[in-house]
Each structure stands twice: as structure tokens, then as C-alpha cells.
Design a protein around this ligand. Structure first.
Ligand SMILES: O=C(O)CNC(=O)c1n[nH]c2ccccc2c1=O
Ligand SMILES: [Fe+2]
Length: 219
């Protein structure tokens, strides 16, 4: 069970090859044991501390902030961080690790592009919590209208997560096939997928508190 958490300045060649191969072939890439137990727990503890401090806000739809509609379509709680905050040191390390993998994979892929993108930036990290009680996110596309985001990267933090008991499955409906990709949001799992219309996806109702950290990469 090797952890892929390598020296952030030089992620393993093997993991970058995996990302290129899976993103090219499936448009989705799942990497388990991404940071390893110890560092995964350090990141989880920082997120739990942030949640306890109450800085998460209810997920709002841009079009209708505060309406009850937002509660029916989305019931996540989110906060944005850049990873340099003093209480987010290990989240900051996770972010650098993902950055270096994306950048290295971009360089390694043929003609220096991965999926014909030249990645040149990303959003801040969005820490999201689905507070159980059936909280969910209806089927959607992250970037339906070419807002520049091309890769969604999600790191999951949920210990002993059993989808049968806890729900909260991420179901991806890759375009052009009736095959779905079911991804349990288990601890120390890293997920990449194209953010555009190729990957509609939903977060099924969660019945335990469900944490994830998302980065979106721009080209
Ligand atoms: O957590 C997951 O497995 C997938 N999560 C999503 O698809 C997802 N997508 N877009 C968002 C926009 C704003 C706030 C939360 C989200 C969000 O959880
Ligand atoms: Fe999404």
C-alpha cells in the first residue's frame, strides 16, 4: 500500500503516467492512498478544526443565493482557502502535491498537453462538507459553458465510509456511454476528471458528515 505522497517537488513518474493514461482513456482517474495514512489524517484534522470553528457557509447557487431552492438542489457547506493560512499547513502541502502532479503530467503528456490543455492556473481549494441527513448535489456539469476550468481534482477525507450505510456516492455519467463510474468518497482517495460536459455527475444523499477538498485547474 504505497503512498503516493512523494517529495512535492517531484511526484512519482508512475502516478503521473496513471493520470495521463486514465484521463486520456476514461476522462476520470482515481488514486487511492494518495498521501498515506499519516498525512491524510493531518489534512483531515485541519478540516475538522475548520468545521468546528464554524467558518463553513451553506453552499449557495450563484443564481439564487439564500433561496430555499439552494437547499433543495445543493445542501453542501463550503469554505475557500489558499492553503497558506496558518491553520491549513497540511492542506497547503496537499495542494502543492496536486499542483506538481498536474504540472508534471501536463509536461509528460504528448505534445506537452494533457487532453489538449495547457494548464496554467487553478482556483483556490474549496473545502466542502455534506452534513449528512440526505444532503446531496443533483446531477450537474462543473463547467458547462467554457468558463476555463478543465480538470476537477477532489481529495476525499472520510474514514470508514461505507456507501451502503452512509450514501454519499459520487456517480459520474461519462458522455457517450451508458456506463457510470461510482466513486465512494473514501479517506485518502484522490480523483481527477474533465470538468466539462463530458462528465455530468451527482453526489447522492449522504447520511454521515462527508468532507472533500476540490481544486479546479484552468487552461
Ligand atoms: O463531492 C463530490 O464527490 C463531488 N462534488 C461535486 O461534484 C461538486 N461540484 N460542484 C460544487 C460546487 C460548489 C460547491 C460544491 C460542489 C460539489 O461538491
Ligand atoms: Fe461537481
Amino acid at each position: 500500500m504505497n503512498s503516493y505522497f512523494m517529495d512535492p517537488s517531484d511526484p512519482s513518474y508512475e502516478i503521473c503516467q496513471r493520470v495521463i493514461r486514465d484521463m486520456t482513456q476514461y476522462g476520470v482517474c482515481v488514486i487511492n492512498n494518495f498521501l498515506g495514512k499519516e498525512r491524510g489524517h493531518l489534512v483531515l484534522n485541519e478540516v475538522l478544526e475548520m468545521y468546528r470553528s464554524g467558518i463553513f457557509t451553506a453552499g449557495q447557487l450563484v443564481s439564487s443565493p439564500g433561496s430555499t431552492e439552494a437547499q433543495t438542489i445543493r445542501s453542501d457547506r463550503i469554505t475557500w482557502i489558499d492553503g497558506k493560512e496558518p491553520q491549513c499547513h497540511h492542506i497547503g502541502q496537499l495542494i502543492s502535491q496536486v499542483d506538481s502532479i498536474i504540472l508534471k503530467a501536463n509536461k509528460m503528456s504528448n505534445n506537452g498537453k494533457m487532453g489538449n490543455y495547457i494548464i496554467n492556473g487553478r482556483t483556490k481549494a474549496m473545502v466542502a462538507c455534506y452534513p449528512g441527513s440526505g444532503s446531496h448535489y443533483v446531477k450537474h456539469v462543473d463547467n458547462p459553458n467554457k468558463d476555463g476550468r478543465c480538470i476537477t481534482a477532489i481529495y476525499y477525507l472520510n474514514l470508514d465510509w461505507d456507501v451502503k450505510r452512509c450514501g454519499g456516492l459520487l456517480r459520474v455519467f461519462p458522455e457517450g456511454t451508458n456506463q457510470v463510474a461510482d466513486i465512494a468518497p473514501i479517506f485518502d482517495r484522490m480523483l481527477f476528471f474533465w470538468s466539462d460536459r463530458r462528465n455530468p455527475h451527482e453526489v447522492q444523499p449522504a447520511y454521515s458528515t462527508r468532507y472533500a477538498i476540490t481544486l479546479w485547474y484552468f487552461d
